[in-house]
Design a protein around this ligand. Structure first.
Ligand code: ZN
Length: 138
């Protein structure tokens, strides 16, 4: 099981679909995780109450970058309300409340909960988008 999850994480880490930046993004938020040396910048375009484009740039450990890749794939195209709900349920699981459904790629991150110093790695990109949606730049 552990190997399967490692494989899922490495797939996202090596082949993120939405890596890159958006010029003149409505949301641009950079967050750091100094404990691990991770860095993530999230870019989002908003239109008609939806996330019409979503990208990230960053560097750091495989957990932080794989989680950013998962976040962008999952939330692109969602309404702002749906995105907020998904972010908050993600954060709940990462603080030990409930769990991701079996077969959900996010379940690959669940093992991180056993290593409190790595939780910030997994939540970094999600927090960046959450903060950005609260106060869009444009
Ligand atoms: Zn990290």
């Amino acid at each position: 099981m552990r190997d399967l999850y490692t494989q899922v994480l490495m797939d996202y880490y090596r082949r993120p679909k939405y890596r890159g930046r958006i010029e003149e993004a409505d949301v641009e938020r950079r967050l750091l995780n100094p404990l691990c040396g991770d860095e993530v910048t999230v870019y989002a375009s908003l239109s008609d109450g939806r996330i019409s484009d979503l990208r990230f740039e960053g560097r750091g450990c495989s957990i932080s970058q794989a989680s950013a890749a998962m976040m962008t794939e999952r939330l692109l195209g969602k309404t702002l309300g749906e995105a907020r709900a998904e972010i908050s349920s993600f954060e709940k699981v990462m603080t030990g409340e409930g769990s991701f459904p079996e077969g959900d790629d996010l379940a690959a991150l669940q093992g991180v909960i056993q290593y409190p110093s790595r939780i910030r790695c997994a939540t970094l990109a999600w927090h960046a988008l959450e903060e950005g949606l609260k106060a869009p730049d444009r």
